[in-house]
Design a protein around this ligand. Structure first.
Ligand code: GFB
Length: 315
């Protein structure tokens, strides 16, 4: 079933300055959506219910992409747990509630693959949610993300709202965060290999053992998928979004090395956490719905590295 979203609909992308939100805005504009209603963090504190209500009343969005939040890699998650749980729980609650109060036609909420139990059978099916203990390095973020899914389901059940949830795997791409203390692994490795190459150094330090396995989706694929789900997905159950393929962190590092600094040598710092051993998503429901990714990892890493080079601070 397809529910066409009219090109003159008012669309709110909550979190439009972030990696995901900015890619969704680009995609919406490319597809001819003219009426995007956006607010920066300075204009609207999404944790403040009164401010969010006021903003919805003034801007009357018909459709909402809820992709705002405090995000970060394994270190940021384990060292700033209060920010990760508070900011995300508040943002999800205020936006979902305002979307209900102001009669939003449809809302897409984006979670994360870290919602699943650490020891979930692989590839992870949507039904694995809440069947076991979470990975300790990101349980605060995961709890907030699970609460977001449950918010959407509860507003569907009690008020009949058309709110859906998608769970993307690890993301990367242009406009990612390249700050080594808070970034995810892909931008961190691109930056580390690049800087080692510039300084003429051989050694590049990779956190952990290199054994954990991860699945990576290019953010432009995710943006395309979000627009697709807005038109094609209607279920109460959340849906996994990924490629269905994973590799080890060592293999990822070898790939980044080839692209960025082929002369480098990998050194593993096992004092840093590995995190979840594996989180490969089962994407059969997504494929059955008719959507598949288009960026292969190598190509995606190359375009991301090119973006990084184009946006390096010359100072
Ligand atoms: O991307 P990442 O920080 O997040 O780390 P998670 C993935 C793996 O890469 C871990 C290793 O095993 C890291 O130890 N790694 C190796 C590195 N070198 C580096 C490096 O220089 N920087 C980083 N950041 N990692 C996050 C969660 O988990 O994934 C969030 O904390 C969220 O909640 C996100 O779900 C998608 O995949 O481990």
């Amino acid at each position: 079933m397809k529910q066409k979203i009219p090109h003159d609909a008012q669309i709110f992308v909550a979190g439009h300055r972030g990696l995901v939100g900015s890619a969704i805005v680009d995609r919406l504009r490319a597809e001819g959506y003219r009426n995007l209603v956006l607010a920066t963090r300075q204009q609207l504190d999404l944790r403040d219910q009164a401010a969010v209500n006021y903003w919805f009343r003034a801007n009357r969005p018909d459709y909402v992409y809820l992709v705002a939040g405090t995000v970060g890699g394994i270190l940021a998650n384990s060292t700033r747990p209060a920010e990760f749980i508070y900011d995300n729980m508040m943002i999800h609650a205020t936006v979902v509630h305002a979307a209900y109060s102001h009669g939003v036609k449809k809302l897409l909420y984006l979670g994360s693959s870290c919602i699943y139990p650490r020891e979930a059978p692989q590839p992870i099916r949507e039904e694995s949610l809440l069947t076991g203990r979470l990975e300790p390095t990101n349980e605060w973020y995961a709890i907030a993300k699970i609460a977001g899914i449950k918010l959407c389901q509860s507003y569907r059940r009690q008020y009949g709202c058309n709110f859906i949830s998608a769970m993307p795997t690890n993301l990367y791409g242009p406009r990612d965060n390249f700050d080594l203390a808070s970034s995810h692994v892909v931008p961190a490795l691109i930056r580390k290999f690049h800087e080692a190459g510039v300084k003429g150094e051989e050694e590049v330090v990779i956190w952990g053992s290199g054994a954990p396995r991860r699945e990576f989706l290019h953010v432009e694929d995710l943006a395309h998928c979000c627009l697709y789900l807005m038109e094609h997905y209607e279920d109460d159950l959340h849906i996994n979004v990924g490629t269905g393929e994973d590799l080890s962190i060592r293999e990822l590092a070898e790939l980044v090395k080839k692209i960025v600094h082929p002369g480098a040598r990998l050194v593993f710092d096992t004092s840093k956490p590995d995190g979840t051993p594996r989180k490969l998503l089962d994407v059969s429901r997504l494929h059955a719905l008719g959507w598949k990714h288009s960026f292969e990892l190598r190509q995606g890493l190359e375009t991301t590295y090119r973006w990084y080079l184009d946006h390096l601070d010359p100072g």
